[in-house]
Ligand binder design. Structure first.
Ligand code: GLA
Length: 362
């Protein structure tokens, strides 16, 4: 019997490149999903297929990365075998997705979480939510080789409709904050460019932020204040100073935005999005020309509260907070300007905070 599962992509309201720096994040799962069907076959191999891609199959005794899309799925099989000793037997898994790839919306985490959620149910593994997001992160860290933090897998498992999740990545305590945006809507502008190969830029930022912390003589960014940073400035190379500045200032912005959401005072939210973008662009240097152009175009428009890049960066998407009544005009205008400038047809669509991964029952 075929069973169906889905796992969402995510946006992040604010708190970018903070999750692996002992910081705070504010993601939300969105109404874009990786959906898969799974069926036992009685054959020897685990067979993966996904529309428009080469089919992949492997034996459960020989799970090796191959540098292609199947690694996110194989990585889950790999961690479940090593952690839980599961015997899978032959399986057929068919995958479909409405989470665009390379768009900063975590299509890879959605694929990992859809896979672990399906295997958890089909093989009765009784994994906790925490095991599902932790093991998915491990698959990505150890098998795929991207040293990502916990935000994406966490959001894909834990998402809740019309809410964002305020997560402390040190204690892993979290709180759902209702995201009832009233006259506003959240619009994603996908630049359709991706400048860095799989993990290069991301992993090097992670190292640089770690090195900056070492120079500051601290164990955790949780212990670094703005004053510490100013005091240390003269003994730090500019690059490391800027990396640390982003982390410390971004965490402060997350805490401010949480206050705004608690008080439903959305007028000011956009300002923090723009500040976050500038910090990511100039201090952390994870943006790019196309994404900066999109943010610059948006921030000067009537009906836009604010905008910023989301996700790992080096391309991908911009998240904008737009007045609903102006949304269509804004989208049309930005797409036109972007096409004139880069000759690329960008995608733009509204997203809604949605629930986390689970089985789809017909
Ligand atoms: C990617 C990673 C996350 C996080 C973001 C940047 O999406 O998977 O863990 O670090 O980049 O905030």
């Amino acid at each position: 019997m075929k069973r169906y599962f889905q796992a969402p992509g995510r946006i992040n309201i604010i708190g970018e490149h903070t999750d692996y720096n002992d910081g705070y994040v504010l993601p939300a799962a969105i109404d874009r999903y990786v959906t898969l069907s799974i069926e036992r076959t009685g054959r020897e191999r685990i067979e993966l297929s996904s529309a428009g891609r080469e089919a992949i199959s492997f034996r459960e005794g020989e799970i090796e990365p191959a540098g292609n899309w199947g690694d996110y799925v194989k990585g889950i099989f790999h961690v479940l075998k090593s952690e839980k000793n599961v015997e899978f037997g032959g399986l057929s898994i068919e995958i479909e997705s409405t989470v665009p790839e390379g768009a900063g919306l975590s299509s890879s985490a959605a694929l990992e979480v859809a896979t672990i959620t399906a295997l958890n149910e089909v093989f009765g593994l009784s994994l906790t939510d925490e095991e599902r997001y932790r093991l998915s992160q491990r698959a990505e860290n150890e098998f795929v080789g991207v040293k990502c933090g916990i935000m994406d897998q966490f959001a894909s498992v834990m998402g809740r409709q019309d809410s964002t999740i305020f997560l402390d990545t040190v204690s892993m305590e979290y709180e759902y904050l209702p995201l009832e945006l009233g006259a506003y809507s959240l619009v994603v502008f996908d630049s359709k460019v991706h400048h860095e190969l799989l993990s290069g830029g991301y992993n090097s930022r992670r190292e640089e932020a770690g090195k900056a912390l070492e120079i500051l003589g601290k164990r955790s960014y949780r212990d670094v204040s703005m004053v510490d940073l100013f005091t240390a400035r003269s003994k730090m190379e500019d690059l490391y100073y800027r990396r640390a500045m982003h982390v410390v200032s971004e965490n402060m912005r997350v805490l401010e935005v949480v206050k705004i959401l608690v008080n439903s005072n959305y007028e000011n939210l956009g300002r923090f999005l723009v500040q976050s973008h500038e910090s990511l662009a100039y201090d952390y240097e994870v943006s790019c020309e196309e994404v900066d152009f999109t943010v610059d175009t948006l921030r000067n428009l009537n009906g836009v509260s604010g905008a910023r890049m989301i996700g790992g960066g080096f391309g991908g998407s911009v998240l904008a907070l737009c007045e609903k009544s102006e949304r269509e005009k804004i989208v049309e205008f930005v797409r036109e300007r972007y096409f004139e400038k880069f000759n690329i047809a960008m995608d733009a669509y509204e997203v809604r905070p949605s629930r986390g991964a689970g089985e789809i029952r017909e």
